[in-house]
Ligand binder design. Structure first.
Ligand code: SF4
Length: 329
């Protein structure tokens, strides 16, 4: 890992097996960033505790997610991949940062209001402090960049404000204001063609699914809603299958579908079959790497432990500086 490279941090909640939306929206970018930056990727299990009803699947979800990241091309020899709770300094920094964060600001955040709306029976303290823990995640590792889509910009601005508040309160430059590494995150719709692809909505296509399972899932995809009969011309511009073809199919195939769909020269079943074939071909190397990794699950946990060890070295250095700046004995 070259010391001169800028540091990137990103965290994701342990949601288990990843889907196409996760792949196109984050994982692909995680892999690409490794060529240019010193990357730290964290599975944020503590964040998950704010919303999950039960933790029985937490360990499995962490493992499945790590498997997907590694199979997709995250290189643990150079990139630090670890589980958030394995570096407990983050909770200490969270506490210290919470003292320079206004409660009113936290409860005014749209993300808090939305979460409170979704789980009115469980508006816990962690839910309110979530953005402070997120800030601690980033600044603990002195990350310069955080790769996020434009809709996440307010989170990074919030983190920057907390850092400024800390540095001002303790008259220090200890913490680094993170910057947003804006990435073009495509909005990947689920099989319903309406909502964002999500496991909880059961409208997702898993990366690790078998080819047969993928075909079945693709066949349920909603197409142009106006096209009722095979003989009706379709409109690819409003069809989610077509937008997926644009990502996974060749230019010739995309042009052919664009033309044939509009004159009813191709039916939706054949169009979906072609998409399923292409996505299965695209994911074949990923799936074969994943199957190999899965045979040796201890190795996945070794990688995560090693990542936590390397992350701890950075974290303990930062915390020494933070404690000194605050004046903690
Ligand atoms: Fe969509 Fe393809 Fe059907 Fe056209 S033929 S409506 S692009 S699934």
């Amino acid at each position: 890992m070259a010391a001169s490279k800028d540091r990137v941090f990103s965290g994701a909640r342990p949601t288990g097996r990843q889907h196409l939306g996760n792949y196109l929206g984050a994982i692909q970018n995680y892999v690409a960033l490794q060529d240019q930056f010193q990357c730290i990727y964290c599975i944020v299990d503590l964040h998950a505790l704010t919303t999950v009803e039960t933790t029985v699947d937490l360990r499995t979800n962490v493992q499945e997610m790590a498997l997907d990241w590694l199979a997709a091309g995250i290189r643990p020899e150079e990139t630090i991949v670890f589980v958030q709770s394995n570096v407990p300094e983050v909770t200490e920094l969270h506490t210290i940062l919470s003292m320079v964060t206004s409660l009113g600001k936290l409860t005014d955040l749209p993300t808090f209001k939305e979460k409170a709306r979704l789980q009115p029976h469980n508006i816990n303290y962690g839910l309110v402090g979530y953005p402070v823990l997120m800030t601690a995640d980033i600044v603990l590792y002195k990350a310069k960049w955080v790769p996020v889509g434009i809709d996440q910009a307010p989170h990074i601005e919030f983190a920057r404000e907390v850092v400024r508040s800390f540095n001002h309160r303790y008259d220090t430059q200890t913490l680094l204001e993170p910057q947003m590494k804006s990435t073009e995150v495509p909005k990947v719709l689920g099989t319903d063609g309406v909502q964002k692809m999500s496991k909880s909505l059961d409208n997702h296509i898993e990366l690790a699914a078998t080819p047969g399972e993928t075909v079945k899932r693709v066949m349920t995809m909603v197409t142009d809603p106006q096209r009722k009969l095979r003989s009706d011309p379709g409109n690819p511009d409003v069809c989610n299958v077509f937008s997926m073809h644009m990502v996974f199919s060749s230019t010739d195939e995309v042009s052919m579908i664009d033309l044939e769909c509009r004159r009813a020269g191709i039916g939706c079943v054949d169009c979906k079959k072609l998409f399923a074939k292409n996505i299965n071909a695209h994911l074949k190397p990923f799936r074969s790497r994943r199957n190999e990794l899965q045979k040796d699950q201890d190795r996945v946990w070794d990688i995560l432990r090693d990542g936590a060890k390397r992350a701890s070295q950075i974290a303990s250095q930062t915390m020494q500086e933070v404690r000194a700046a605050v004046g903690l004995p």
